[in-house]
Design a protein. Structure first.
Length: 164
């Protein structure tokens, strides 16, 4: 029994070191993950080196985005710099209105659901995150905060992708 406890302690003692190593690699500029080629209805992950424009978006505890509407051109690669000026967590999620509504409903059922998609930024209070997105298709899309209650309170913006 003591041998099992010692083995468990030794195994779990290595976890903080592994996490610290991973954090150090990120801070030291370790090679970022490959850019996803997955195509969504509203485009695909963009290459930061090819961003042609930067758009700053602010999120507030008034459950609003500023600006509340955006316009881009089909084919454009945009760097979104998303700031949370509020005191609670917010997120910026690109998508179709139907997808955002569906995801917001899921978030109500599973509020601690974790995400790691290139079209989502989870932003802690006072922090800023960045998304780079290429708008390969023209149309009317949206962005929203899908944390429980935020989307329903009106935290949604419109995004028009104009044809070239």
């Amino acid at each position: 029994m003591k041998l099992h406890i010692a083995a468990f302690i030794a195994a779990t003692a290595a976890i903080p070191a592994a996490l610290a190593h991973e954090a150090h690699q990120k801070a030291a500029g370790a090679k970022p993950a490959a850019i996803s080629a997955e195509e969504k209805a509203f485009g695909r992950q963009g290459d930061p080196k090819r961003a042609t424009r930067t758009i700053h978006v602010d999120m507030s505890d008034a459950m609003r985005f500023s600006p509340a509407s955006l316009s881009v051109t089909q084919g454009e690669t945009v760097r979104f710099v998303v700031k949370n000026s509020g005191k609670v967590m917010h997120e910026f999620v690109l998508g179709t209105l139907a997808e955002l509504k569906e995801h917001a409903a899921l978030m109500k059922k599973f509020p601690n659901m974790e995400h790691d998609e290139p079209y989502m930024a989870h932003v802690a209070p006072g922090k800023t995150e960045t998304i780079v997105w290429q708008f390969s298709k023209a149309g009317d899309f949206h962005y929203g905060c899908l944390l429980p209650g935020h989307f329903e309170a009106g935290m949604v913006g419109t995004l028009k992708v104009n044809r070239r």
